[in-house]
Each structure stands twice: as C-alpha cells, then as structure tokens.
Design a protein around this ligand. Sequence first.
Ligand SMILES: [Zn+2]
Ligand SMILES: [Zn+2]
Length: 1006
Amino acid sequence: MFKPVSSNENFPEMEKKWLEHWYKSGIDKKYREKNKDSKKYFSFLDGPITANNPMGVHHAWGRTYKDLWPRFYNLLGFKQRFQNGFDCQGLWVEVEVEKELGLHTKKDIENLVPGDSKASIAKFVQLCKDRVSKFSKIQTEQSKRLGYFADWDHSYFTMSDENNYMIWNFLKKCYDHGWIYKGHESVPWCPRCETAISQHEMLTEDYKELVHESVYLELPIVGRKNEYLLVWTTTPWTIPANIAVTVHKDYKYSLVEKTIGDLFWVAKDLIASVFGKDYKRIIKTVKGEELVGLKYDSSFDDIPAVKKVKEENPDKFHTVIATDEMILPISLTEGTGMVHTAVSAGVEDFKLGKKYGLPMIPVIEDNADYRSDMGFLAGKNAKKHPEIILNYLRKKDVVFKTHHYKHRYPACWRCKTELVWKVEDEWYIAMDQPSKTRNLTLRQRMIKVAKLIRWMPEFGLDRELDWLKNMHDWLISKKNRYWGLALPIYECGGDGGCGGFEVIGSKKELKKRAISGWKEFKGHSPHKPFIDEVKIKCQKCGKIVSRLNDVGNPWLDAGIVAYSTIAKDNQGQPLYLKDKKEWKNWFPADFITESFPGQFKNWFYALIAMSTVMENEPPFKRVLGFATQLGEDGRPMHKSWGNAIEFNEGADKIGVDVMRWMFSRHNPADNMLFGYKRADEVRRQFYLMLWNVYKFFVEYANLDQWLPVRKRNFYHTRVSPLRGPLESEKIANSSPVNKNILDKWILSRFTSLVISVEKNLKEFSAKDATLEIEKFVSDLSTWFIRRSRDRIWVNSDDRKDKDNFYSTLYYVLVNLSIVISPFIPFVAEEIYTNLTGNESVNLESWPSFAKASEGKPKINKKLEQEMEIARKVVMAGQTERKVVGVKIRIPLANLKVKTELTDNLKSISNQVWNIVLKELNIKNITINNSFHYPEKEVRITKKQLGKEGRLRELIRQIQTERKSKGLKLDDRINLTIPLEFEKEKDFIAKRVLAKKISFGDKVVIQ
Ligand SMILES: [Zn+2]
Ligand SMILES: [Zn+2]
C-alpha cells in the first residue's frame, strides 16, 4: 500500500518536514556530491546578496532561479560548485550599524571608544563584520527554507581576505596599464555619509520627486544701466559659487522692458513663460553670441573666498560664456535660457569650466556646511538652510521671482539624503586611456567583451552598451568611510613628497615592501585600521608613505568574484592563483542571474570591467535578467503601504513551492505583481490540481490493491515493468506497453513534455517550461483521469486494463515528480518518495528517452493531434448542450454540433471518437450537418434513452448520498431502489458497493 494522501494537506508543514529530513539525513550533501566525478561542468556564479537585513519575498524570485538551474543540471549529471555569496562591505552596512548605535556623524564613529580614534574604528569595523555575520546566518536559514540547495557551510563573503587581495591584484593590473589616476573633479556627494557617490551608484530609483524653491535671479550687467541677465536655478545654495552665465550662441535672446522700466535679458522663446503678459515691450533681439563676454556683478562678491577668486582671475570671473552643447545643453522649455554656472558645484558646470579654463570657488565642507572662508555663510549648512541664501538675495533686491519647483532630484542610495556636488580629489580607473602595454582603452575592450555575452532578455546588451559608451571614468575611492576594501594606493604626497603613487598587488608584495607596522597588522584582515599600520618607502624618493585613507567602491567587491571565489571545495586559495587549469573549467561561468534594473551599472559592469582587465574575457557566458517585483496592487512593495511581504511570513502563508512556481512561470522581462491573491490562484489552478491527481492515484491504487511491479516482486513473470528511470533498479527502464488509446496518448504527451521542458530549461526559459507542465497536468487531470474513471475500482472488471491504467499513471507521476523537482522540490519529494519508496527525488536523474529499444514511450504526434481536435469537438458539444439546455447526465441519441473547426475530422480514429461520444453522453454526433460519427447511425429508442438517463441519475444520487453520509469508498451499504431497476440490480450493486438491494418507492441507503 502507498501511504494514504490527505485531502487537506498543510503544505507549509509538509515543506518543513522535508527540510528537516533533508538536512538531518544528509540528502543535501548527497545531492551536491552526486556528480562530483562527472566530466561535465555547469558553472553558476552567484551575485552576492547583501548580508544586511533579512530577505524579502522579492529576493526569493532570483534565488528560485539560482536553485532551479543547478537542480536541473544536477539531474542531467553535471558537476557543480553550488556556491552562494554574501556581499559584506560598504556603506549599506555602515549606515545600519550607525543607526543601531545612534551615531550621526563621522566624529561619533571616531569617538566610539572615547578619545581613541584607532580603537574606535577597530570597534566600528568589527561591528560591521558582526552585522554581516548575523544576517548571513539569517539569510542562509531563509534560503534553506526556500528549498535552495547550496554549499551553505562554504558561502563566499566579499569581506574575505581572498576577495580583498584579489581586488588588489586587479588594481595592480590597472596600474600597470596606466589606468589609475587621481582626479580633481566635481562629484556627487552625500553630506550625511560625507562621501562621494559614484555615477554607478546613482540609480534611477534613488531619485526622489522633490519640491525646491527655485529662484529667478537678477544679475546686473557691468557698465549698463538697469540692464540685467536673468538666470534661473533650482539650487540656490550654489549661487555663491557662481562663476559664469552660460548662453547658447545660436539661440535668440531678447532684451525685455518690464513695466517698472528695468531691462532683462532672456531667451526669446521663454519670454512668455518668464513674464506672462507682465512686460511693456521687447527692446531688441540678438543672437546669444552677441552676449558672450558681458560681465556682471553678484551679491556675494564680498565673501572672502569669492573675492579671492575674483582678484586672481579678473578676466574669467562673472562672464557670459557660450555653451558646449555636448557638455551642457540649454533648455528652451523652462528657465530663462541663461544658465547659472557654478564650476565647483555641478558636473556639467565643472566640465565646462575645465574646457574654458574657468576658476572655481569651493564653497562647502564634507557635511555641506559652508566653508570657513565663506563670510557670513561660514558654518551654516547649505542643504538644510537654503533660506539663508534666499533671504539674503531678497534683502539685496535681486530676486525677480521664486516659485516652487517639483523635480526628480538624486538622493544617497543608502541614507536617502539629498546629494550635493562638490569638488574633491578622488581616484579613478580611466576608461579612455590607451594601455601602456597594448593600444586599446578599457572602454573599447569592455565593449568587445560585453558583446560575447548572451543577454536575456536581449535588450540587456543594448542597455549595457549604452552604459559602457556613456559612463565616466570609474570612481573607485570613498572618502571618510571605514568598512570597505582598503584601497592599496600609496601616494607620496604632502610636504616633501615627490607626488608619485604606487599600487600594491598582493599581501605578499605588501609584506616585502613594508618597512614598519607589519607586526601590528599581522593576524588581521586587510581592513582599517590595522592595515594602515603598514608603511612603505617611496621607490622614487625614499619617503615613508602611508596607504591612502580611502576605502574602495563596493562594486569592486562583487565584481571580482569570478576570480576570487572559485576554489577547491569552495574553500581556501582561489584556483585562479593556485590551479589555473582547473579554474578554467569553471570560467567563464555558464550562467548568472540577477534583477536587471541597476545591475547594468553595478554588478554586470563591475564583473565585465574586472574580467576584462584580468583576462580580457567575459566572466560569464549568459545572464538571465529579471525585472522588479511589485505588490499585487501594482505599487512598489513598502512596509508602510501594507503590500510588502517579509520572506518567512510569505513562506508560511503561501508555501515556498507555490512561491517558486509563481516565479518560475513569470516572464522575467516583465515586472511581477506578487501577493496572496495571486498565490491563491496559482495554488488552485496548478498546485492543487497536481496534488489531486496524485491523491486520486494513491487512493484508487490502494483500493484496487495495485502495486508497482518491483514492490510485488514478481517482475520475472510479467512484461510490464512500471517505473521511471530509477537507476538503482537493474530492471529495464521501460514504460507500460498496452493498447488503450488514452494510455498511449498520455504517454506520448508525457514524452513530448519531458523533451520540451528539457529544451526550454537548456535555453533558460523557466516560463515556457512551467506553462507546458501546467498544460500537461491539466490534460492529465481533466482528460486522462476523467476519461479513465470507468476503468478502475468497482467500475471495471477488466483486470488487465486496470493494471495498464495504474501502470501508466504511475509511470507518469514518478517521472513527472522528477521533472518538477527543480521547480517545486517539496511536493516532488512527497510524491516521489511515496510512490517509489526510494530515498529522494533530489538524487535522481532526468528522464531520458534516448533509447527507444528500451521500450520507453515514443511520441505519437498524430495521436496527440487527434486528441486535441477531439477535445475541441467536445467543447463545441458542451456548448451546444448548454444552448439546447440538456444536462450532460441525460443521454442523447444524436447531438448536432456547429463549429468553425477546420481540422480534418476524418483523421480521427474510431477509438478517439468513442471517447468523444462517452464524454458528451451521446450515441451519435453530427458536425456542421456534414460529418457523422459513427458512419452507420446507432439507433436507440426514446424509452431506452430515458431508462439510461434515469439509471445514471440514480447512481449519481446514491454516490452523492454515500459521500454526504461520510462513507469511505470501500464501505458497503444496504440499498433500497425503485423496482424499475430490478434488471440492473447487479450492475448497480457493483457500482455503489451494495451488499444487499431491496425495492421500494424511495432510494434508501443504510
Ligand atoms: Zn548618505
Ligand atoms: Zn616619493
């Protein structure tokens, strides 16, 4: 007997039962070691999850893919690494630790141990490590709960020594190419984190819709009376940094007299939007180039820092300049067509300034306080108190007007503080510098490498190329931060320094070069503060040099993992350094998968950049990108909106099988709406249907006392070995051989399914594979089983046909459990183990139909097509019955069906037509008045039909009452029925399991 199947199974509980079993009895380990001697490699490279918080359900989407394909390739017999990764270093962790400790500034961190900044930093860094360790454990448990099989004891951590030193290796190679440089530029800056935000980190989702008070500012032209340039800015805090006003040399500008008599220059096209009708007349209109060279005054000219720049650069100060459209396009839809240009406080401004050799006025400190040489502004915060500027300008009477302006403004991706722009010394990797050794620039090389990758969806390549073609140099330094890669740059700067710099490429090299501090560093990870104990000697001038105070851009950490994390048994020295030949077996990775938005600039970019520098090869062959998960209401998931789902809660309410199925069946290119309602649909429409098929099989096989051959243990004598490809068995792996058309059909369908799922999964389309499986399960339930009900239990005496039915369904279910196991491993395990008694579906092999000689089902396409047409005819027939209003229970002599079906009805075999007749409960069918089946009409009297209908109705009534009395399928009853059915007494007794039948007016069941 098979273990009985519950009709109200608690699926999340079932999942937990299996989890416990898998990890207790080492199934996970056996799964990972199953193909360890295989010569076939499947290399999946994990994009590390940030170990900073518990998982949300959105993480489960990608992690389902990360488990699905390894499971599939494990079934196919490929050797794999099964390595998960955690991203550890960077601002995200720092910010959370700061929050926990209630710290607000850099000073707070450096005073964690009062008065001892080194001990403070050591403590802070340790707390960051602890946080990573804590959440990596939580995420590991959550991933296990998802059914994700990986080598959880040997996940990689980007904070590991191996990872950090491999980045050093990379940076050294960049240095050797001549691609590392120190730039002095205007960079986006977070005043709270007090650090630069690289262009890579400025994601569209980090722009906030903000309202700022924008100002139209009057700038009096030197030497002209009552004549002003009118400029517009949304960032008034930058006005003291103003150096120039930029115009377009070809645009038309008009001098407009306002009612009060003052004259203003604005772009002609913007007169209406600036003045409305509130002006007297247009005095003249000229081309922008005629304004170039005009000088003007500003209200901040007395501030010491401004004064100084003015005195040092009288020619280039407060002048009208013409724009370079490639750097700063000028809008004619908003503003005034004259652009306030603050070289120190904007990226375009800075570039334009560089092009024209304009001076700049640094105005803010790291925390956005105005600098000490900013006169009355000194010490006041530029972002927090914009009113200081506006009030001052109003007092000076140079504000033309102000209005509230709503725009998308970038915020810090980590702490959500509005960014500012600030000129800083930062370190970069040059994109357009030809290499010292070979000609190509990094940008050119990366574009070549990106094109070697298969991008899914295909638009991925264009998105990546778009970024690669337009991005600036890679800003790799982070000032004022603590928890991150120790950038191995040693600059010989300051007093007496020669100005050169070196990059150290390994721990060994550092040790060799160290002239002091090695003892203090030894035994510590290469992080602040201990790494900074080590000093080296400048090779050029002999000065003692310290490491740069900066840490690295966090995307360096995740970008190097194709080199740093591939190790024997996922432990110890990277194979890249130790055994490059074996490393090559895993590189490039066959497959990576991550959410698309954002990663073009980040992980994909970093992987490609770093691999291009290391080996000039793509780090992965194929990327499956997926979109964004939203709540079922179509809005982004937010705790405060009540549509966010925490992973554990989702897993316990939905069950992870259903969750995984939802992810698998979704088109990854589209955003996904996720929530409990949708989960319920999937559960009902697929999961429960599958479960009910399985339950049906177990229930009736038990009633009929049917067992698969090997359990009955007499396979020597029988010809129908009934099993899936269970390798532990020495018996031929063949499917049942029989004549029933339904069996033939479902076996053919199943074979087609397995081949198609395999093909789709090899093309990394989970969606197509799952939809095929759904269709198959629906066919299995609503056609194969439905049409086979009279072949089993008390409905049939044909022992051989019964056996064929069970053998067929058994074969299909066992193999189906293997096929679905990569998607929904829990229910697959439940079905598989109960049916086979074997250890685990996780240790199985993919069903193979390679050798037809083994008697495996062959595909019968013609039969599949016939059945498809037949089912369309049935549907048309059911519609017809509804139209004429006759229930399916009442037999009809002939049903006339009209249909637009153009398929060849004559190609359908008699056996299939007989199924149609039975399903429609008719004796004859006529289609479109021209086609008849059977050719020779079956004649039946009205009386006979009436009797047949009543008999059906009676049996149905008895079955319903049996059910409502709570009788089991094999409970026997005493029955009273109308005398009319005396002749059919034995038939009825058999069908409804009656011990004794008597006759009376009413139907009575006891
Ligand atoms: Zn920030
Ligand atoms: Zn030097």
